[in-house]
Write a protein that binds this ligand. Sequence first.
Ligand SMILES: *[C@@H]1O[C@H](CO)[C@@H](O)[C@H](O)[C@H]1NC(C)=O
Ligand SMILES: *[C@@H]1O[C@H](CO)[C@@H](O)[C@H](O)[C@H]1NC(C)=O
Ligand SMILES: *[C@@H]1O[C@H](CO)[C@@H](O)[C@H](O)[C@H]1NC(C)=O
Ligand SMILES: *[C@@H]1O[C@H](CO)[C@@H](O)[C@H](O)[C@H]1NC(C)=O
Ligand SMILES: *[C@@H]1O[C@H](CO)[C@@H](O)[C@H](O)[C@H]1NC(C)=O
Ligand SMILES: *[C@@H]1O[C@H](CO)[C@@H](O)[C@H](O)[C@H]1NC(C)=O
Ligand SMILES: *[C@@H]1O[C@H](CO)[C@@H](O)[C@H](O)[C@H]1NC(C)=O
Ligand SMILES: *[C@@H]1O[C@H](CO)[C@@H](O)[C@H](O)[C@H]1NC(C)=O
Ligand SMILES: *[C@@H]1O[C@H](CO)[C@@H](O)[C@H](O)[C@H]1NC(C)=O
Ligand SMILES: *[C@@H]1O[C@H](CO)[C@@H](O)[C@H](O)[C@H]1NC(C)=O
Length: 468
Amino acid sequence: MFLSTQLLAAAVVGISTASAALLPERDVSSFVYGRQEVTNSSGSWPYGPFSTQGRDIVNTKGEAVTFAGVNWPGSGETMVPEGLEWASIEDILSQVESVGFNFIRFTYAIEMVDQIYERNGSDVGLEIAMINGLGYENGTKVTNEIIAKNPTFTKDTTRFEIWDHIAQVALSKNIYIHPDVHVGKAQWCCNNTDGNAWFDDYNFPVANWKRGLQYVATWASRHNNVVSMSLRNELRRAINETAPTSSLGYNWVTLVGNYTAATDAIHTANPDLLVTWSGMQYDQDLSALIQGKNLNTAPCYKCDAIRDGLRRDPIIFDLASHPWANKVVYELHLYSMSEDLDTGSCPIVFAELYNAGFNAIGMAPPPACNVTKNCVSAVRNTPVIISEFGAAQDVSLFNDTLMNCLKDFTQQNNVSWAMWSLAGSYRIRSGGQGVGDTWALGNYNWTGWNYPEGVEKWWKPWVTSMFD
Ligand SMILES: *[C@@H]1O[C@H](CO)[C@@H](O)[C@H](O)[C@H]1NC(C)=O
Ligand SMILES: *[C@@H]1O[C@H](CO)[C@@H](O)[C@H](O)[C@H]1NC(C)=O
Ligand SMILES: *[C@@H]1O[C@H](CO)[C@@H](O)[C@H](O)[C@H]1NC(C)=O
Ligand SMILES: *[C@@H]1O[C@H](CO)[C@@H](O)[C@H](O)[C@H]1NC(C)=O
Ligand SMILES: *[C@@H]1O[C@H](CO)[C@@H](O)[C@H](O)[C@H]1NC(C)=O
Ligand SMILES: *[C@@H]1O[C@H](CO)[C@@H](O)[C@H](O)[C@H]1NC(C)=O
Ligand SMILES: *[C@@H]1O[C@H](CO)[C@@H](O)[C@H](O)[C@H]1NC(C)=O
Ligand SMILES: *[C@@H]1O[C@H](CO)[C@@H](O)[C@H](O)[C@H]1NC(C)=O
Ligand SMILES: *[C@@H]1O[C@H](CO)[C@@H](O)[C@H](O)[C@H]1NC(C)=O
Ligand SMILES: *[C@@H]1O[C@H](CO)[C@@H](O)[C@H](O)[C@H]1NC(C)=O
């Protein structure tokens, strides 16, 4: 039977994450990629699989590996990485490579995997994905533009086939691809009311999330340069203006419970991968885990209190007790829009970063700890990376306080990082189509940089310094 593209598109438009909350009673393993040992990766770059050794990420040769890179957004409504209508995968990755970056945090939505399950295992083709995200007119237009720039694609090339192409080209350039769950339902991220904020928020059904993680973990086994993946971007308190959300338990106990279960799920699907754990309040805080505090009573910003927490048996997170003890990497973010942290001076930022989790890299407490008075050492050394931060890409970059603090911090402490972001424009973002972003490295039409002088005189020297 043949269906017109429009009919097919209409059928897919009906799919929602809410309906996907009811998982089908089927053998999930039948939909996931078979594990394939494509090549023997231990004998060539990237010398994977990677593991952690104290504060370092190490390859199979025992060498410490540093990441310096960029986020490539792909979790918008079309669920296809941004920019492909403007430039080929080869050209985009050549741009990334030209800065010296070796790492891409590659964002996606769990909805992408939900749709594959709803379609009995088949992924969505490019044209349908575009029409679903952009409507018929722009969807077909953008599909043709993507194919013109990437002639090996057809309108039926699926989203995970596009991922395969990107991972393969990245491998040829010695660039790591780090899949990152940005949202449950594909859309611009993040705020407290978008339904993607916290476990079991209305766009964040926990079972779908874990299923999606397993699918991507299995996909990763086909690509030697996918050595790591994240659990979830920027967890935060869920807010519903008309009803309390305290039943979702926004606190350390819920965080560690769900992260442990999800890391088990990934490790079962693909035991080679590193798994990055992000923190509370938009990924600003991992202090309770890293300092070995009682999770029932440890403080955190805007958390739901566990009122009888003092009377309960203490719950202490012990990474060493898990089979994936040498696979967890912590990730933190910091932006000048932070609700609660002071980003106005480097000494304070350094002390805050120490408390938030960078104590786990074994660094000495920064001098301003005598002001913040919360610098406690870590119970275990573990790698910590800064996987998002950013600011306007114009002349103000050179004098931006927080950006310069983070640059100094990563250089002084050999901390891996990824800036936000590559995407000079978005197909669709917060309801608008063709939306530009002045904080992006890339320009609107993905032909070059937003601020070439910043790339030459600020980003490139920073990247180079990380590998000296
Ligand atoms: C993979 O390559 C490494 C290094 O060349 C070698 O030591 C190892 O035995 C190989 N493993 C397999 C499964 O072929
Ligand atoms: C930082 O890590 C890299 C390995 O990626 C290493 O070559 C370099 O020596 C380290 N630098 C410092 C200051 O520890
Ligand atoms: C998936 O398979 C089920 C059971 O065979 C069938 O009822 C359903 O129509 C199929 N859905 C799609 C989208 O193919
Ligand atoms: C939060 O995000 C949702 C979904 O993107 C959007 O509809 C809403 O307007 C946003 N709210 C605020 C306050 O920005
Ligand atoms: C907010 O809570 C109310 C009452 O429980 C519910 O009807 C509504 O669907 C919720 N809104 C969202 C966006 O979850
Ligand atoms: C995950 O979070 C949900 C939502 O708060 C909670 O009900 C559930 O108990 C958590 N799961 C674990 C294993 O802690
Ligand atoms: C903190 O220590 C610095 C020196 O490292 C000193 O200049 C400053 O006065 C101290 N501040 C407080 C509040 O003790
Ligand atoms: C910006 O920083 C540079 C050094 O990076 C300095 O030479 C210049 O004077 C600063 N400009 C302003 C306006 O502060
Ligand atoms: C189609 O995309 C353009 C930007 O490329 C945008 O201006 C226009 O509003 C979009 N059309 C619709 C119907 O959204
Ligand atoms: C891309 O944008 C730049 C300026 O941002 C402009 O000079 C150039 O002509 C544009 N190229 C295309 C193909 O639109």
